[in-house]
Write a protein that binds this ligand. Structure first.
Ligand SMILES: [Zn+2]
Length: 48
């Protein structure tokens, strides 16, 4: 399972299975709307 760190609350959370670049996800901790991008070859969440 891939994990990303929420840029809003800095908590690491699990991505849904099959999550990929360009997907919109919601942080389960703070509820921020995030977009998945590839950064340094890794999936990273940024504020949408
Ligand atoms: Zn968050």
């Amino acid at each position: 399972m891939q994990k990303v760190t929420c840029p809003t609350c800095n908590v690491e959370f699990d991505l849904p299975e099959g999550a990929k670049e360009g997907d919109q996800v919601t942080c389960p901790i703070c509820g921020a709307d995030l977009k998945l991008v590839i950064e340094d070859g890794k999936l990273t969440a940024e504020t949408a």
